[in-house]
Ligand binder design. Sequence first.
Ligand code: UDP
Length: 298
Amino acid sequence: MWLPCLHTRNCKHVICLDNFHTGRRANIEQLTSQPNFQVVEHDIVDPLDIAVDRIFNLACPASPIKYQSDPVRTLKTSIVGTLNLLELAQRTGARILQASTSEIYGDPIVHPQKESYWGNVNPIGPRSCYDEGKRAAETLCFDFHRQHQVDVRVVRIFNTYGPRMQPDDGRVVSAFIDQALRGVALTIFGEGHQTRSFCFVDDLVDGMVAMMNQDDYIGPLNLGNPQELSIRELAEKIIEFTGSSSGIIFKSLPADDPTRRRPDITLAREILGFAPKTPLSDGLAKTVPYFRGLLESS
Ligand code: UDP
């Protein structure tokens, strides 16, 4: 695929590349009328030639039910897709930021997780297509940097939430808000003792942009909000926040579900001055109305 050069280095022109496998056009509706925003339907598993000076690679479904529904495709997206984008960065001299993930730590034995921890990942389980794909993508980034001097940045993103998530994507914040608003029972997998640390999307985006714009550190760098809570606490918080009459039901815990997760963001603080500003209650106040709007219009 080839696209004409639509920008110069001084002009901010954004090309949004998506295969719309899990993304929705409605999510970018407010941007499509902007003259400097272009949408191209493309799957990065297929090579591409395009004039760019910055690449943010966020391609890959992130919800376990979505990435496990076609695991081979998930691996291809992270490995072949990232390879294609690194080759594009090599040809164009673009800087490329890879959205890696806390999943590369697997079910962590070290807590909280620092970037120096190598992780505890099952290479053959149902989550492996995502975890190992993202691990291999990191390896590709660092090898392209060492071997071809490609200007890479690698961030490891911890659980993130906010408006425009899909109510049926199976992830815990979207699932619980949707269930609470519909007045049906919230589905906790396992006993709900497992923990996660949730970062509001705007804080994450600030961190990603800051990482892209600095010249000193290529990564890997944790980005997330270290406010950790159990899934049971999250369920109770969402029920209370929405004023829902929903109860809670318990379902079996999926294989290899990480027991606990919390980012150590010391490095992000030092290098980027990164400090998530949005506590969970404020983030829910910005997210719940979006889900309410979806329900009202359905
Ligand atoms: N989870 C849950 N109920 C749901 C969806 C998820 O209890 O309806 C649990 C899931 O088992 C995991 C945690 O919530 O322990 C976070 O799940 P999610 O899929 O959002 O993120 P990930 O496991 O990839 O961190």
